[in-house]
Design a protein around this ligand. Structure first.
Ligand code: NAP
Length: 248
């Protein structure tokens, strides 16, 4: 028996990168996975690739920054797959600029997707999980724990996700809904592709990581799978760094 057998799991931002890795791992552990992404074609292709492996996966085009779209998608998934057991808030964007040059739009876009979007999905999931309990796993960032140059919007949103997780954990524990947070360090995905394809920059970043490598989506996915499962039934409101020791 796999640890997420027949659980219904939503993973946002699942067309690529960390979200796709999480969706794959949850499906391998037996979950019925709803992959969400803003990019309809890409998420359909990602779900189809999982089905090729005989896994239970369905793609949905959902912009987590749109409140009504999130509520509609939850209603649709409850109808098509059943009540939601697991929510993984992963979708995120980066719009980097130094503080004097950051525009209102760059600030607003990142707060809307990386923080307000997490609230929309958390609210919808709390309604869906109230009767049966459930698990939420929120993807924050090392930047939310220690700040990051050129990313005041991103660091503020990711620090907000830590507060959002703790508040959700406290408020929703009475319904047996758990909420935990993961702060990835540097993980190899499209978001970090530009930095990591520069050999000099890559060596510099790796030099700051005690375990001397960048992370892979699987490094995050395996912990998400644990936090989504009943193996972690006494863990809630926690912040877990997965960063090769970059923040100790
Ligand atoms: P990624 O490769 O850029 O993938 C993110 C996915 O989310 C993309 O498919 C993206 O679509 C989608 N997305 C963007 N806006 C969305 C929206 N409004 N609604 C639904 N989906 C949306 O990023 P990643 O590196 O896998 O990062 C995943 C999460 O981990 C993010 O929250 C990120 O902040 C966090 N994180 C990443 C790292 C790292 O080193 N990679 C480190 C710490 C934290 P488009 O491509 O079309 O925008």
């Amino acid at each position: 028996m796999s640890k997420l057998n027949n659980k219904v799991a939503i993973v946002t931002g699942a067309a690529q990168g960390i979200g796709r890795g999480i969706a794959l791992e949850l499906a391998r552990q037996g979950a019925k996975v709803a992959l969400w992404d803003i990019n309809a074609d890409a998420v359909a292709a990602a779900a189809a690739a999982l089905r090729e492996e005989k896994l239970n996966a369905t793609g949905y085009a959902v912009d987590v920054g749109q409140s009504a779209a999130v509520d509609e998608a939850f209603a649709r998934i409850e109808q098509e797959l059943g009540p939601v057991d697991v929510l993984v808030n992963n979708a995120g964007i980066s719009r980097a600029a130094m503080i004097p040059k950051m525009t209102d739009e760059q600030w607003d876009d990142v707060i809307q997707i990386n923080l307000t979007g997490f609230f929309y999905t958390t609210r919808a999931a709390s309604r869906s999980m109230k009767e049966r309990g459930g698990a939420m796993v929120n993807i924050s960032s090392l930047a939310g724990q220690r700040g990051s140059i050129g990313q005041i919007n991103y660091a503020a949103a990711k620090a907000g996700v830590i507060g959002l997780t703790k508040a959700a954990a406290k408020e929703l524990a009475r319904y047996k809904i758990r909420a935990n947070c993961i702060c990835p360090g540097l993980i190899e995905t499209d978001m970090t592709g530009k930095v990591l394809s520069d050999e000099k920059l890559r060596a510099q970043y790796v030099g700051e990581i005690p375990l001397a490598r960048v992370g892979l989506p699987l490094d995050i996915a395996q912990t998400v799978s644990f936090l989504a499962s009943d193996e972690s039934s006494f863990i809630t409101g926690q912040v877990m760094g997965i960063n090769g020791g970059a923040y100790i």
